[in-house]
Design a protein around this ligand. Structure first.
Ligand code: TYM
Length: 338
């Protein structure tokens, strides 16, 4: 079962945490695909502020980054079509109700197997809270509450999507068709952008080495500097080989994503040239890719009233859809609607 009504457009949904300025990894692995899908699907894109609480962010920073993330959605044109919805997760409290119900249909063992839980528990050893553990069931609620068909995410969210599908199938098996079982949508290229300094690790907002991560608000100068200092190898040959040449292959992926060139084309263009030219070309391609987005973001951020109105409108539209599924699930499990 992928859709309730074959006449309807397929529904696409994804969320992102407002834990800092998004990275080039977030953009290439997820947000850019969202912008492409927003033209011909009914979409919901959300700011996962409740998920962000699992790492106890500074309250003022969380508020600011949540609003800025919504501005980024608008700058990407995600809400240009009236059918598409952008919203802040905590503005739709039904996510928490459904999340609690799903907690009761998720086994402790399956939640314990989540790689991201293990990694985050290790990196935040002083704050291994229960929210970190139940994080994937809140994510499942985010998806199932809107009966989403496709969830465009980067490679690192694959396991959470699998858990979501299992919980949906289990619930449907027990109570009859209730949730659409969603499909992950993972782009072929750029689904795992690696750190520029440690190319064996994914590019991340929380990388302790700031030179490893390009942020979407970095200036052209900062982008050039970070690309120039990217770790490569001593071979001085631009060749795609992710197993042996992780750094160069990552930079080639970024160049291919930003220019649409194939790896063969890139290899031919840089045959016999050193890494200096190559790194500069990568930086210039990233700067050009981000330029229109950054200009539009600066404009949207000026308009506070528009942003507040966007958040209110998004919450109202999302809530209407969310309540429909939540009430259905509540009824199925036997909660009394007096
Ligand atoms: P988050 O905020 O960590 O990341 C947002 C999106 O960016 C992708 N991503 C990457 N893609 C390629 N290379 C990288 N280096 C890279 N880093 C991050 C992520 O895969 C993600 O698609 N749990 C989610 C947020 C969430 C969600 C949801 C997503 C909450 N509810 C419902 C989908 C559906 C998260 O923390 O993403």
């Amino acid at each position: 079962m992928t859709t309730e009504n074959p006449q309807k457009k397929q529904r696409v949904l994804s969320l992102i945490q407002p834990t800092s300025v998004p990275t080039l990894g977030n953009y290439i692995g997820a947000m850019r695909n969202w912008a492409k899908m927003a033209n011909d699907h009914d979409c919901l894109f959300g700011v996962a502020d409740l998920h962000a609480l699992t790492v106890r962010p500074d309250p003022a920073a969380l508020r600011r980054q949540t609003a800025e993330m919504l501005a980024m959605f608008a700058a990407l044109g995600l809400n240009k079509r009236e059918e598409n919805i952008v919203f802040v997760q905590s503005h739709v409290p039904a996510h928490c109700t459904l999340s609690w119900i799903l907690n009761c249909y998720t086994q402790f063992g399956e939640a314990s197997r989540m790689t991201q839980f293990k990694e985050k528990s290790a990196s935040h050893a002083d704050n291994v809270n229960v929210g970190l553990f139940t994080y994937p069931t809140l994510m499942a609620a985010d998806i199932l509450i809107y009966q989403a068909n496709y969830v465009p995410v980067g490679d690192d969210q694959k396991q959470h999507l699998e858990l979501c599908r299992n919980v949906a199938e289990r619930f449907n098996g027990l109570y009859g068709p209730t949730f659409v079982v969603p499909e992950p949508y993972i782009g072929k290229l750029g689904s795992r952008v690696m750190s520029l300094q440690t190319p064996t690790a994914k590019m991340s907002k929380s990388d302790p080495n700031p030179k490893g991560t390009i942020f979407l608000t970095d200036t052209p100068d900062q982008i050039v500097k970070k690309c120039k200092s990217a770790i490569t190898d001593s071979e001085a040959s631009v060749r795609y080989d992710p197993a042996k040449k992780t750094g160069v292959s990552n930079l080639m992926t970024l160049l291919a994503c930003c220019t649409g060139q194939s790896f063969a084309q890139i290899e031919a263009d840089f045959a016999g040239k050193g890494y200096g030219d190559f790194k500069l070309a990568v930086a210039e391609a990233i700067v050009a890719e981000l330029r229109p987005f950054q200009a539009e973001l600066a404009r949207v951020l000026q308009d506070k009233a528009y942003l507040e109105e966007t958040a209110r409108k998004g919450a109202a539209k999302a809530e209407q859809l969310a309540l429909r599924t939540t009430q259905k699930a509540m009824k199925k499990v036997g909660l009394w609607a007096a």
